[in-house]
Each structure stands twice: as C-alpha cells, then as structure tokens.
Design a protein around this ligand. Structure first.
Ligand code: HEM
Length: 254
C-alpha cells in the first residue's frame, strides 16, 4: 500500500483558486473599475471554450463509431455549454460606451478575433477554410485533440456516414413515421448550430451597443459590419438544406 504524503487537498488547493484569482491583470492605469468585468467575461468564455473543445472531441469519436446514444448525450452537454457562453455576454451589456472608451486604448491591437480556441471550435465544427485555420497556426502547435479532430472528416460528414451505416438518409429521417434516435441527433446538431449563431448575434449586438455599428475593431476588421457577415456561416449546410426540400413543391398558403 502506498501513502500519499501530499498536504491534504482543500477546495482552494484542488481548484488552484489563489492562482486563478491572480490572472486578471488589468492594463488601465489607474485601473478602470469596469476592466475587471471585461477581463472576467473573456477569461470565463475561454474556460468554457476549453470544455466545448473537449466535448467536440468526444462527439467526433462517437459519430465516428456510429454510437448514436453517446453522441446524443454529448450533444445535450454541448448545447448547455453554448447557452452558458452566450448568456454571459449579457454582463457586458452593462458597460456603457463612454466607460469602455476610457480603457479601450489600453487593449492595443488585442482582439477576440485572435482567440485560437474560438477558431478551433469553428474548425472542429466544420468551418475549415484557410482563414479559419490561420489563427490556429499562428498560435503555435495545434493541441493534439484539435489536430486529431481536424484530420477527421467534418461533423456533418461523420453524421451522414453514420446515417449510411444505419441504411438511412437525411430526407428519410425527416419523412419517416416517428422520431428515431438519429432524427433527434440531427435536431441536436441543428440546436448546436442555432446556439452558436445566437452567440454570434448577441456578440454583434453587444458590439453595436458599445462601439456602434460603424466603428472598426481593435483587430483591424470593419467591426460590427464584419461580424454581421459571419452570421451567414453554417456548420451543417445539408441539415439546413433538407428543410427547403419539403417546401419546394408545396402549394403556398397565402
Ligand atoms: C466590450 C465588449 C466587446 C467588444 C466591443 C467586442 C468587439 C469585437 C470586434 C469589433 C470584433 C471583430 C474583430 C476585430 O476587428 O477586433 C470581435 C471579434 C470577436 N470577439 Fe469580441 N467584443 C466584445 C466582447 C467579447 C467577448 C466577451 C468575447 C468572448 C470570448 C468575445 C470574443 C470574440 C471573438 C471570438 C471574436 C471573433 C469572431 C469572428 O471572427 O467570427 N468578444 N469582437
């Protein structure tokens, strides 16, 4: 039998609370009273992004193994996490423009557009064009779980493959007599994308509310006008497209 000689574990030592609370280094001098909130919402979002990436990795495995129920379970968690990161943006709705202007200059050229975890989430979810991957590459070696997931087909193609192993198609899922587990999984993926779009929408509204619709971003983009454009991106185009097909030949009600 081995004896653990380490000091007794407490809430603070297990969670490294002291270290965690040292990480909010405001740049404004003297420190602006609202900068702590600004930093904490960003840091908390990055922590949740870390958990989302872990779950996307699990999801990739479950879809690859055609494990529908496990994938459904992971989707429930992912969708809860995406709601959390979206809801916490509202804390910054309490930051008035004139107060943000008092410390924005201290942020230099740092920008959310440089968040490599956000780009990894986008890439793992299905946005794989070069400009999504560029921020990941700039940051250094891509974390192994992200690299592994990127080497796999996208979530959408893994899902379509899963359907093929079940001998069904997207259209059949939606036309069939009753909800199957695969249908629920398709809808959970749609919910994930809808939740992610909600983050984008709440973020662009926040940006417009604080810096206005026509102010450029610290990352050198057109600011809210650039972000509006990102609202049109889709992770699962086929899952959205399947809906249109049911209405193409339907007579118009109006
Ligand atoms: C005062 C509040 C905020 C303002 C004014 C703001 C502003 C902006 C602007 C203007 C951009 C466009 C890129 C640029 O040129 O800088 C951007 C991108 C981004 N921001 Fe924020 N942001 C705020 C809060 C947040 C928070 C709390 C997060 C959470 C992590 C966040 C994450 C991001 C991400 C991930 C992008 C890249 C989005 C994309 O390219 O699709 N932002 N932000």
């Amino acid at each position: 039998m081995t004896t653990d000689h380490r000091p007794e574990l407490t809430y603070g030592t297990y969670l490294k609370v002291d270290e965690l609370l040292q990480l909010q280094a405001a740049r404004s001098v003297p420190e602006h009273p609202d900068e702590l909130l600004f930093i904490v919402v960003h840091q908390a979002s990055e922590l949740w992004f870390k958990v989302i990436l872990r779950e996307l990795d699990n999801l990739t495995d479950h879809l690859g193994a055609a494990a529908t129920v496990k994938a459904l379970h992971t989707m429930r968690r992912l969708n809860a996490l995406v709601r959390i990161v979206s809801d916490q943006l509202s804390a910054l709705d309490t930051l008035p423009p004139q107060r943000f202007a008092q410390f924005r200059g201290y942020l230099g050229s740092s920008s959310g557009g440089q968040s490599h975890q956000f780009r990894a989430i986008e890439a793992m979810s299905g946005l794989r064009e070069e400009h999504f991957l560029a921020v990941l590459r700039e940051h250094g070696p891509v974390p192994p779980s992200v690299g592994r997931a990127l080497a796999q087909p996208t979530l959408q193609s893994l899902f379509l493959k899963l359907l093929a192993t079940r001998g069904t198609t997207l259209e059949q899922l939606y036309l069939g007599p009753g909800p199957t587990a695969e249908f629920l999984l398709a809808e959970a993926l749609i919910e994930y994308e809808q939740g992610f779009q909600r983050w984008r929408y709440l973020h662009v509204q926040l940006v417009e509310r604080i810096i206005g619709p026509d102010t450029g971003g610290t990352g050198g983009t057109l600011g809210a006008r650039y972000l509006q454009h990102t609202l049109r991106q889709r992770f699962f185009p086929d899952l959205w497209d399947v809906r249109r097909r049911f209405f193409e030949s339907a007579p118009s009600a109006s």
